[in-house]
Design a protein around this ligand. Structure first.
Ligand SMILES: Nc1ncnc2c1ncn2[C@@H]1O[C@H](COP(=O)(O)OP(=O)(O)OP(=O)(O)O)[C@@H](O)[C@H]1O
Length: 563
């Protein structure tokens, strides 16, 4: 074994030196020099001479030192010896020698102490001794104390305890690292767990009676979109914030286990309709906090806390399930647009952020693809306006009837006239192309239905400096082109850029943050409206991806969408 390892080291050394052998090419595609080959063969020869040594006496680091001493490197004239000395002194080779030494001595696992022999003498109760070695990771289990007894409350999916397969929820904990835990406070037990040496924790447990019902109730595995922001460190109810994850509205969560009425085991996948967990190695997952499985409040617990705040505590789970389901988490599934269904695009954002400018640009650049839902108005047409082109000119009475029948996506009154967009206009427009809407956020609930299955994009403003710079630039450009156009009598399809005061910019940024907080949960994606060209490019790419790729879609739209 040891010589095999040593041989590996030599091969590694050879590679480090420039290649694995005379016939092979080295890393940078240069053949080994004669001197390098000679150095390696000398090292091989020396190892072969020592082959008869008892394996435990060979220290590879000592051996390399021996070689250097034996050959009196300092005074050696041989270029091969010099070469070999340089090779053996490299930190990478030294590290490799050390690692090989440790591995060959079987030091890759911690030395576990002997299992205590009095194990079976616990009043005739079957106990199990479980040793877990954790390397900087949390244990992935929570405990609870009930009438002086300590139990494993929960095993977090994919955590250290779960991977060991030796501990299960309901196991009664008798000892941790030889110390009896009965009557100890959970805090003290957590301290005991933290104190373990070399990451080794020894548990003495009474195995849980296997609850057949629990076993039958398979761990669920479903996906939800969070509809609220959650920070476990701000949640006084959370039994163990370290074992939790935080999330924001709009994040997609994978629910790994919801057996517990109050706390679900969850993993965060990412934000929005395109959220996708990157394939990562186990090691990377441990490093990346966002990949860990953590406890988050169940829908029921979240609702109860809302009731607590309103001081109307309710224990009626039945009525909760019937009336409040999907209030905090919306069940979603991954939908692939196989039938190339046309989806409505909705731009949400604070007034002044630029949604209508983006819409105008889309109609200009992609006139054959994007369409507008023609609005209704109760005002009389102007001489240049045509019914069904600029507006659907309707009587006030008829518009009021449409509002009453909830046929309007949105509506408002301006100078004694009603204006609004009817849902049937959206339907009509979507027969011709992709409808691009910029409704008031309150109208979103009218369009976020299985019938329209919209793609909702939140438009963020850039930071103050960039906002000011891009808008001023745009204003200067549009003013210039307008004055050229008017002197040459050419009509322009763009409006003059608006002039924003610093105060207005700050207000837009502030109200955008508030609006995002409120509507993030229903948004499929977010873009920043920096300069128009960049925004147009990003939005075009985003819409393409949202139409072409699999996206998260509410389960309640499932039937309509044809799944
Ligand atoms: N990316 C941009 N770069 C430069 N100027 C922009 C950009 N986006 C929008 N603007 C300009 O900012 C001004 C406000 O844009 P717009 O009218 O589209 O805002 P809005 O979000 O639709 O708000 P409102 O609902 O108040 O009209 C317009 O003058 C527009 O030309």
């Amino acid at each position: 074994m040891q010589n095999d390892v040593f041989q590996t080291v030599l091969d590694y050394a050879a590679e480090e030196c420039g290649g694995a052998g005379s016939s092979k090419q080295c890393n940078n595609n240069e053949p080994l020099t004669k001197r390098q080959q000679k150095a390696i063969s000398l090292l091989r020869q020396h190892a072969a001479d020592k082959k008869d040594s008892p394996p435990h006496q060979i220290s590879f680091q000592d051996l390399s030192q021996d070689i250097l001493n034996d050959w009196d490197v300092a005074n050696a004239k041989s270029a091969s010896v010099q070469q070999l000395a340089a090779l053996l002194s490299r930190p990478s080779i030294q590290a490799m020698l050390w690692a090989a030494q440790e591995i060959s001595a079987g030091k890759f696992a911690p030395q576990l102490p002997e299992v205590p022999f009095e194990v079976d003498e616990d009043d005739g109760v079957a106990v199990k001794i479980v040793r877990i070695v954790r390397r900087g990771e949390p244990l992935g289990a929570t405990i609870k104390c009930e009438r002086g007894k300590v139990y494993v409350a929960r095993i977090m999916a994919n955590g250290v305890a779960d991977r060991s397969g030796c501990i299960q929820d309901g196991d009664r904990v008798l000892e941790v690292n030889g110390i009896t835990v009965a009557d100890k406070e959970p805090r003290e037990i957590v301290k005991l767990l933290d104190k373990c040496e070399n990451g080794i924790i020894t548990f003495k447990l009474i195995p849980a009676e296997v609850n057949q019902k629990l076993k039958q109730k398979k761990s669920s595995h479903r996906y939800v979109r969070a509809l609220f922001d959650y920070d476990p460190w701000q949640d006084r109810r959370h039994p163990c914030p370290e074992a939790a994850i935080s999330f924001r509205a709009g994040d997609i969560l994978e629910i790994m286990d919801e057996k517990d009425h109050y706390w679900w085991q969850t993993r965060k996948i990412g934000f929005g309709a395109l959220a996708r967990r990157k394939e990562t190695s186990e090691e990377e997952e441990l490093k990346d906090d966002s990949k860990k499985v953590g406890l988050v409040p169940s829908e029921w617990l979240q609702w109860q806390s809302e009731c607590d705040q309103d001081s109307q505590i309710s224990d009626d789970f039945q009525s909760f399930s019937e009336n409040h389901k999907e209030r905090f988490y919306e069940s979603v599934f991954r939908w692939r647009n196989k039938k190339k269904r046309r989806r409505i695009v909705v731009l949400l954002g604070a007034p002044g952020v630029g949604r209508n400018e983006i819409r105008r640009q889309f109609f200009k650049v992609f006139a054959d693809r994007f369409t507008n839902a023609i609005p209704h108005t109760s005002r009389p047409p102007r001489p240049s306006e045509t019914d069904g082109v600029n507006y659907y000119f309707t009587s006030r009475h008829e518009m009021e009837k449409m509002i009453e029948r909830k046929e309007m996506l949105e509506y408002g009154e301006f100078r004694d006239n009603l204006y609004g967009t009817a849902l049937k206009s959206v339907r009509r427009a979507s027969e011709k192309g992709t409808v691009l809407l910029t409704p008031h956020p309150l109208a979103v609930e009218n369009i976020r239905t299985q019938e329209f299955a919209p793609i909702i994009v939140f438009v963020q403003p850039p930071d103050f400096g960039e906002f000011k710079h891009t808008r001023e630039l745009h204003r200067a450009q549009t003013t210039r082109s307008h004055s050229t156009a008017s002197s040459s009598n050419v009509s322009q399809n763009t409006s003059n850029g608006r002039c924003f005061t610093d105060q207005e910019i700050r207000q837009i940024i502030e109200s955008s943050a508030q609006m995002e907080q409120k509507y993030r949960g229903v948004c499929d994606a977010i873009i920043r409206n920096t300069d128009l060209d960049t925004t147009m490019n990003e939005l075009t790419g985003l819409i393409y991806q949202l139409e072409a790729k699999a996206t998260w879609m509410p389960v309640k739209w499932c039937n309509e969408i044809g799944e």
